[in-house]
Design a protein. Structure first.
Length: 753
């Protein structure tokens, strides 16, 4: 099959290249606006309780779909001054005329919106649009705000936060590309030693990434995709496409030597060997990434979908475009050489660094394997104290307006002001019944008296001298008093079917005391005579719910990835034990990267080098994404290495010699490929969004360890210890699974051309 595909790509090489170039030309206009249909957020799920609480507020109460906070600060004015209030209203007056603004709560309407020192206050602007649509209006929203003479104005809230994320993500992507592409080219030049050979993988990778981004643009009009897939598609797409091109191009040069420059035969032999390995390698990467599609979170599903597209285009380019290009370039592959290339040595004991290293390792396998495994385990030890959380504005750089507003609110109002508990009581009967009003009062009073709560907002009057019965009567009067204009409209906190209580804690949403308070709220039981159901939402609830939901689904994704990967490797290598060994070693490299993630981004090491503020936690989706991405990438290199070893073992039947020769023939290429991936992913360490920075650094560390400690030391050591058991397969199983043997030779007619 793969030899035939190589033959077709060679014979129709100009047509194949023309098809790819036509696709690229058609994609260029799309590439300039890929981000337009992509969405922000996606870190939550509609099925969790915090999401259901938010939906209940919008369904039962007069709540806006989105909320924007406009923050005002003065050095020489107090919020109680008439001038301060006048400038606030002057600033906000134009946005009252915007069609999507449906409410504004001014600082003068609520004393809780004014800081203790009186110099800072904020207004709450209700937007009648979903968050992702409100985010798209933030530019016009900010432009509509007037500039008051005495006040500093900042805009915060989810729409502003997401708008800044989109801006920074695009900037991060452009910066990473400017770093990655030149460095990758230099690395390829060092690997191949010629400009032509180095340029082929880079051009193929660029066309592949263009295809991925154009496909994402089209898919985003059909299903929701996260804005972060642009970064991931470029990071993985360029890395994988260049990786596969590197393996194909390197094997092509090797086959040119073997066939005395017969280009057609070299292309076919390359596809029959390296092309086959790439197909199965890509399949293992696809398995890992497709595990993300199983999650109920748009962000994770988006990464999974983008990953599937990346693998599809990378493998497709390697199996069609690249052999066509190599067929055109032919023996000119070494043109514009920077230094002379040593021909591959087929025989003799002096077989290079990797041959000598493998023999050194195999002479002392236990002495190498045990310290290497302990080293990886020690790298993973920090993961024991990991704190998992959902992202907030702290993932943004401190210079952005929404982050500055976030920090100012924390400084002036306390950490709890930005993340209140949203407690919703719903009822199938009348919410104004004595029993239900009593439940509202009891819960409000309980929260008001809790030392973990700074203040509470509710329809229930909580004041000294007002008892439960008197409070119930006052609450009954509120709708009538609102109609008469004697009090503010009360339907923000109560309707016929629901009531809202906002409890503002003393600490950040991630704090343990907030999680404890959430547990107590959800454990609250309504008094006798009440007919209410409680839903608890807000930032703390979302963190707890998201983590529980994600890591409730994670084991199923892990099981799926491990099982399908094992079956694919079993089919490919016809060995019962090699796939198990591969899974164990891959797990060690992933564990090491997890530990590095905690050590750097949670504990705050290397902050000056990587230029970030430690968050004190690991973003919930990162370990999941890294597992699925890294498991596939690690298997990528495992497949290439074992494919070469298997080729040698099938020819000679000598396990030790097969390991040494296979590592010699693939070690330099695997290391070079890993170097390219490390360069590309590490370029995202320059990102200002910590989530992208952490993902790039984590992948780079894992790939580096995988290509050095695991492939160079642990694999030859373990395979030497296992001996001929590496290739053991029960006879009954060998007979029933389909044959996928190598197509190592080209047809005679091709060789004779």
């Amino acid at each position: 099959m793969f030899a035939a595909l190589g033959d077709f790509a060679y014979r129709r090489r100009w047509l194949v290249v023309a098809i790819w170039l036509t696709g690229f030309v058609l994609a260029v206009p799309i590439l300039l606006r890929v981000e337009e249909p992509l969405k922000v957020g996606g870190f939550t799920s509609p099925g969790i309780e915090s999401s259901r609480a938010s939906a209940a507020v919008q369904r039962h109460l007069t709540s806006s779909q989105s909320t924007v906070v406009v923050l005002f600060h003065a050095d020489n004015l107090q919020a109680s001054d008439r001038l301060f209030d006048a400038e606030v209203r002057y600033t906000l007056q134009p946005i009252e005329e915007l069609a999507y603004v449906d409410s504004i709560i001014f600082p003068s309407d609520d004393e809780h919106l004014i800081s203790d020192d009186g110099r800072t206050a904020y207004a709450i602007v209700g937007i009648d649009l979903p968050t992702h649509e409100a985010q798209q209006r933030m530019g016009a929203f900010k432009e509509a705000l007037r500039d008051p003479p005495d006040l500093e104005v900042l805009v915060a809230g989810a729409p502003a936060f997401y708008a800044d994320i989109e801006t920074v993500s695009q900037s991060d992507l452009r910066r990473a590309e400017l770093i990655a592409l030149p460095v990758a080219l230099v690395a390829l030049l060092l690997v191949f030693g010629s400009v032509v050979a180095a340029g082929v993988p880079l051009i193929t990778g660029g066309l592949s990434v263009a295809g991925v981004l154009a496909s994402l643009f089209a898919l985003a009009h059909v299903t929701d995709l996260s804005i972060f897939v642009m970064n991931l598609a470029t990071m993985l797409g360029l890395g994988l496409a260049v990786d596969y091109s590197l393996f194909i191009t390197s094997r092509f040069r090797e086959e040119l030597d073997r066939t005395d420059g017969q280009v057609h035969a070299a292309v076919v032999r390359t596809q029959a060997t390296a092309g086959r390995a790439i197909f199965f390698s890509g399949f293992t990467v696809l398995i890992g990434l497709s595990g993300l599609v199983m999650f109920d979170f748009m962000f994770l599903r988006s990464v999974g979908i983008a990953g599937v597209l990346v693998v599809t285009f990378a493998v497709g380019a390697a199996l069609t475009l690249l052999p066509a290009v190599l067929g055109i370039v032919g023996t000119r592959i070494d043109r514009l050489s920077l230094f002379s290339r040593r021909r591959m040595e087929e025989t003799g004991e002096s077989r290079g660094f990797w041959y000598r290293l493998s023999h050194w390792v195999m002479k002392r396998p236990l002495l190498v394997a045990i310290p290497s495994a302990l080293l990886l385990i020690s790298f993973g030890l920090p993961f024991r104290h990991v704190v998992i959380s959902s992202p907030d504005a702290t993932i943004l750089p401190t210079g952005l307006p929404s982050r500055q507003a976030f920090d100012l609110m924390v400084e002036e109002f306390g950490a709890g002001e930005i993340s209140p508990f949203v407690v919703v009581l719903t009822s199938d009967s009348d919410m104004y019944s004595d029993g239900n009003l009593g439940a509202i009062f009891d819960l409000t009073a309980m929260l008001d008296q809790d030392p973990r709560v700074d203040h509470v907002q509710s329809i229930a009057p909580i004041a000294e001298g007002i008892g439960r019965e008197q409070a119930i009567e006052l609450m009954k009067l509120q709708p009538r008093l609102a109609e008469l204009g004697l009090i503010d409209q009360s339907d923000r906190f109560i309707s016929e079917t629901a009531a809202l209580i906002l409890a503002f804690g003393n600490d950040y949403a991630i704090a343990d005391e907030n999680k404890s308070l959430l547990s107590d709220i959800r454990g609250w039981q309504p008094p006798e005579g009440a007919d209410v159901e409680l839903l608890a939402g807000g930032a703390t609830a979302e963190i707890v719910d998201v983590v529980d939901k994600m890591y409730g689904q994670f084991p199923y994704a892990v099981l799926f990835v491990l099982l399908v990967t094992y079956l694919v490797l079993l089919l490919l290598f016809r060995s019962l034990l090699l796939p198990l060994k591969a899974i164990i070693l891959n797990t060690l490299s992933i564990l090491a990267s997890y530990g590095a993630l905690v050590f750097i981004f949670q504990d705050g090491h290397l902050t000056r080098l990587l230029r970030f503020d430690p968050q004190g936690y690991v973003e919930a989706s990162l370990p999941i994404i890294m597992f699925c991405v890294l498991f596939g990438l690690s298997m990528d290199y495992e497949v290439f290495l074992l494919s070469r070893i298997r080729e040698e073992w099938e020819q000679h039947g000598d396990n030790t010699a097969a390991i040494a020769i296979g590592l010699q023939r693939s070690g330099r290429i695997i290391t070079s490929a890993a170097l390219i991936v490390v360069v590309v992913t590490l370029s995202f360490a320059s990102a200002e969004v910590i989530l992208i920075k952490a993902l790039g650094v984590g992948i780079a560390i894992a790939v580096f360890l995988d290509a050095t400690v695991i492939r160079a030391l642990l694999v030859p050591a373990m395979m030497r210890l296992m001996g001929d058991w590496n290739w053991w397969m029960p006879g009954w199983l060998d007979r029933i699974i389909p044959e996928t043997g190598h197509e190592g030779t080209a047809p005679d007619a091709i060789v004779q051309e």
